[in-house]
Design a protein around this ligand. Structure first.
Ligand SMILES: NC(=O)c1ccc[n+]([C@@H]2O[C@H](COP(=O)([O-])OP(=O)(O)OC[C@H]3O[C@@H](n4cnc5c(N)ncnc54)[C@H](OP(=O)(O)O)[C@@H]3O)[C@@H](O)[C@H]2O)c1
Length: 294
C-alpha cells in the first residue's frame, strides 16, 4: 500500500521500518526531520509536511499524546484537511477516549475512515514487528487497514467496531502494567530490606506462578535499576494514568489504585525523573523504605 507515517519516535521508527520491510511504499513525516533520515536510508520517501504524508490516501500516526495528535490531525493542513474522501487514518498513539471519539466524528464528516489501533509492546517489540495491536473501527475500514497492521504487529485483536473502545482497552492495559510495576517495587523493597537476594527472588517468581513477560521485564528493570535510556518515558506513563482516570470519571468507575499511581508519577517527576523509564516508579518503594542498594 501507499501509506504515510507520522511520528518517528521510539515506537514509530520501528513500525515504519517494518512497513518498508513488508513491501509497502512509505512516506514519512516527523516534526524533527532529522529522525526521518534513517528511514529514508531504508527506502522511505520524506514528506516535508503533513499534507505530503497524506498523499497516498492512507496514513498512520504514532505521536506522543493528545496535543500532538490534535496538532497533526485537526485544523488547516491537518490530516483531515489533507486526506481525500475515502481516505484512511490509523491512529496508534495512546490517546484519550474522548479524542478518539472526536477523530471518529471528524473523519466521518469528511467522508474518511478512522481506525484506532493502539499497540502493546515496548520499542524493542516495535523494531522486531512483535507488537500486539488492539483495533477498533468499522469492519470495512479495519479490513482496509489489515495489511498495515499485519506489518507492525505479531497479532491483531479487533475489539470493537467503535474506535474509542480500542483506546479504552489500551489504557486499561497500561493501568495494569503500572499496577504491576508498583506492586513489584513494593515486594522487591520488602524482601530486599529483609536481606533476600532480589535476583533469586525474581527467578523464583517468574519461573512459577508469575511466569509472564510483564513480571520478567519489569522485575528485571527494577531490580537492576535500569531506567535510562527510557524505553517508555515516565511523562508518557503519567499521561496514560491521567487518561485512565479521565475515562474512569466519565464512566463513573472509581479506580483507587489508579489514583495512587497518579501520585507515584507525580513523585517520580517532581524528583527529576522525567528522563527515566516509567518503570522507575518501581524504585520509589525502596526509597520510601530507605533501602539504598537494590
Ligand atoms: N514507548 C513505549 O514503550 C510505548 C508502547 C506502547 C505505546 N506507546 C505510545 O506510543 C506513542 C509514542 O510513544 P514513543 O515512546 O514513540 O514516544 P517518543 O519517542 O517520545 O516519540 C513521540 C513522537 O511524537 C512526536 N511529537 C511529540 N509532540 C509533538 C507535537 N506537539 N507535534 C508533532 N509531533 C509531536 C515526536 O516528534 P519529535 O521527534 O519532533 O519530538 C515523536 O515523533 C505514545 O502515545 C505512547 O504512549 C509507547
Amino acid at each position: 500500500m501507499n501509506v504515510g507515517f507520522i511520528g518517528l519516535g521510539r515506537m514509530g521508527a520501528g513500525m515504519a521500518a517494518n512497513l518498508l520491510k513488508a513491501g509497502h511504499h512509505v512516506t514519512v513525516y516527523n516534526r524533527t526531520p532529522a529522525k526521518a533520515q534513517v528511514l529514508v536510508a531504508q527506502g522511505a520517501k520524506l514528506a516535508a509536511s503533513v499534507p505530503e504524508a497524506c498523499q497516498g490516501g492512507a496514513v498512520i500516526t504514532m505521536l506522543a499524546n493528545d496535543e500532538a495528535v490534535e496538532g497533526v490531525a485537526l485544523g488547516r493542513n491537518g490530516i483531515i484537511d489533507s486526506l481525500p474522501a475515502g481516505g484512511l487514518h490509523v491512529s496508534s498513539s495512546t490517546i484519550s477516549v474522548a479524542l478518539s471519539q472526536r477523530l471518529s466524528d471528524e473523519h466521518a464528516a469528511a467522508g474518511q475512515h478512522f481506525v484506532a489501533a493502539p499497540v502493546f509492546g515496548r520499542p524493542e517489540a516495535a523494531a522486531a514487528g512483535h507488537l500486539f495491536v488492539v483495533v477498533g473501527g468499522d469492519p470495512a475500514a479495519v479490513e482496509a487497514a489489515e495489511p498495515l497492521l499485519e506489518a507492525v504487529g505479531q497479532r491483531t485483536f479487533v475489539v470493537s467496531d467503535i474506535p474509542k473502545n480500542a483506546n479504552l482497552v489500551k489504557l486499561s492495559g497500561n493501568f495494569l502494567g503500572a499496577s504491576v510495576i508498583e506492586s513489584l517495587g513494593e515486594a522487591l523493597a520488602l524482601i530486599g530490606k529483609g536481606g533476600i537476594d532480589q535476583r533469586r527472588y525474581l527467578d523464583f517468581l517468574t519461573s512459577t506462578l508469575f511466569d509472564a513477560p510483564i513480571y520478567k521485564t519489569y522485575g528485571n528493570l527494577i531490580a537492576t535499576g535500569s531506567f535510562k535510556p527510557a524505553g517508555f518515558a515516565a511523562p508518557l506513563g503519567q499521561k496514560d494514568i491521567r487518561l485512565v482516570l479521565a475515562a474512569a470519571e466519565d464512566l463513573g468507575v472509581p479506580m483507587p489504585v489508579a489514583s495512587l499511581l497518579r501520585d507515584r508519577f507525580l513523585t517520580l517527576i517532581a524528583h527529576g525523573g522525567d528522563q527515566l523509564d516509567w518503570s522507575a516508579i518501581g524504585r520509589l518503594p525502596a526509597m520510601d523504605a530507605a533501602l539504598t542498594e537494590p
